[in-house]
Design a protein around this ligand. Structure first.
Ligand code: RIB
Length: 290
């Protein structure tokens, strides 16, 4: 069965900088490159690279045909991506010599998704199909409600974190994927185990996948708490590492691999991603994982 990803597509303007621009500072950069991105697009490419059949739904603007073409090149079904007026979403990304990033996001077409768009896509879905969503598109609450009514298995990557996440129907989510910062904002806790415990006490059926950067990842549900250490690599650009992790984890989870296996393969894929520049362009193929 295919995985339906109703997600964002962005044009990433990437600036290599000596350090993040400070308030009031005008900062010359070392280089400027344009890359494909958006958490949705990155995750669709990671899912496909990991062997999943993927349908991507969403919107791009008049400047976004190349993003759709790229998804197609990666064997993603793009029948439910609409090309509308106005600009695509874009991100202005500063990357430091240490590989850290800082991102300003403009929603563009990703924020023009309407309840009618949602109905069209959900009507095409099959009960039991996985639906992956991130927090970069509009009509998200409605999408989750309709997907739950249809009996889809909903996976939510609550990134980027905004105040609206708390008002989403999170009780309909099967698997919540967050990083430490997002987990802290959602729960008011900072220790990884406290973040997952707090979420599980609010949502007993939930499975939580908490990514911890250089500390690895923690999976927790009502019966398990499974830790995965990170692999030590020389990172040059961490952009897209979380998306790579999400795509590889979900592709294996959807095929009923053990959580331990899902964590291992996702960690390996993310560790390769951070050694390359860009987001979508840095996602490895499954065959590269060894
Ligand atoms: O997760 C990385 C992505 O976040 C970038 O590709 C950028 O487009 C933003 O959405």
């Amino acid at each position: 069965m295919s995985i339906l990803n109703f997600g964002s597509c962005c044009i990433d303007n990437v600036y290599a900088v000596p350090h993040f621009a400070q308030p009031g500072e005008t900062l010359p950069c070392y280089s400027y490159e344009v890359h494909p991105g958006g958490k949705g697009l990155n995750q669709s490419i990671a899912l496909a690279a990991s062997g999943a059949a993927v349908r991507h739904a969403g919107r791009v603007g008049t400047d976004g045909q190349w993003l759709v073409d790229l998804l197609r090149e990666h064997k993603v079904d793009t029948s439910f991506i609409q090309i509308g007026d106005g600009p695509s979403g874009h991100a202005n990304i500063q990357v430091t010599p240490e590989g850290e990033n800082s991102i300003v996001l403009f929603g563009g077409a990703n924020q023009n998704i309407t309840p009618e768009d949602v109905d069209l896509v959900i009507n095409s879905a099959t009960e039991g199909e996985f639906l992956l969503v991130q927090n970069e598109t509009s009509s998200l609450s409605y999408l989750i409600e309709q997907a739950a009514k249809k009996g889809l298995r909903i996976v939510f990557n609550a990134a980027p974190m905004t105040s609206t996440v708390n008002s989403l129907p999170l009780s309909s989510i099967e698997l919540l994927i967050i990083n430490e910062t997002e987990g802290a904002e959602l729960t008011g806790r900072t220790a990884p185990e406290e973040i997952t415990d707090t979420l599980l006490s609010n949502y007993q059926e939930l499975k939580v996948l908490l990514t911890l950067g250089a500390e690895g990842a923690l999976f927790a549900d009502s019966g398990n708490r499974i830790k995965q250490p990170a692999l030590q690599v020389n990172a040059i650009d961490t952009t897209g590492a979380g998306d790579t992790f999400t795509g590889f984890f979900l592709a294996h989870y959807s095929r009923d691999h053990s959580i331990e296996d899902c964590l291992k393969v996702a960690t390996k894929a993310a560790s390769i991603c951070v050694t390359r520049k860009g987001a979508a362009t840095s996602i490895p193929e499954l065959s590269e994982l060894g």
